[in-house]
Design a binder for this molecule. Structure first.
Ligand code: ZN
Length: 129
């Protein structure tokens, strides 16, 4: 039992690529905002080489007609509710395929690690900035 727990701890702390999963450690939480029939899945937030990285997939449900254009807004909000940083990033491929199981991928890299208790909001947005 002790061995199993030890292995689990290592896996959560840092994977083979040197990433520290900040959701698993409880440092940050993810808030998904779904719009126009597209949804997120597999969103992760981790520390890698001093950067704070948010990455995941965007999918379109089978029942939703075509969604053309759009991007992902990634907003970091500290425990006091103040916006610390925001990155606008494209997902690829640009067209969300219904047939695709993995969906389109996106990622955003921030220069600093947010304080413990921060929230990361990911939104699918098709307007201009
Ligand atoms: Zn936007």
């Amino acid at each position: 039992m002790a061995l199993v727990l030890g292995v689990t701890f290592v896996a959560l702390s840092s994977d083979a690529e040197g990433r520290v999963n900040l959701i698993d450690t409880g440092a940050v939480s993810i808030e998904r905002e779904t719009t126009r029939g597209a949804s997120f899945h597999g969103v992760s937030a981790y520390e890698e080489q001093g950067l704070f990285v948010v990455a995941g997939n965007v999918n379109r449900p089978k029942t939703t007609p075509g969604l053309v254009g759009g991007h992902v807004d990634v907003t970091v909000i500290n425990p006091d509710g103040k916006v610390l940083d925001k990155i606008v990033t494209q997902y690829t491929p640009k067209v969300l395929l219904r047939e695709s199981h993995s969906g389109s991928k996106f990622s955003a890299s921030f220069a600093s690690i947010p304080p413990k208790g921060s929230r990361v909001k990911v939104s699918i947005h098709s307007g201009k900035h």
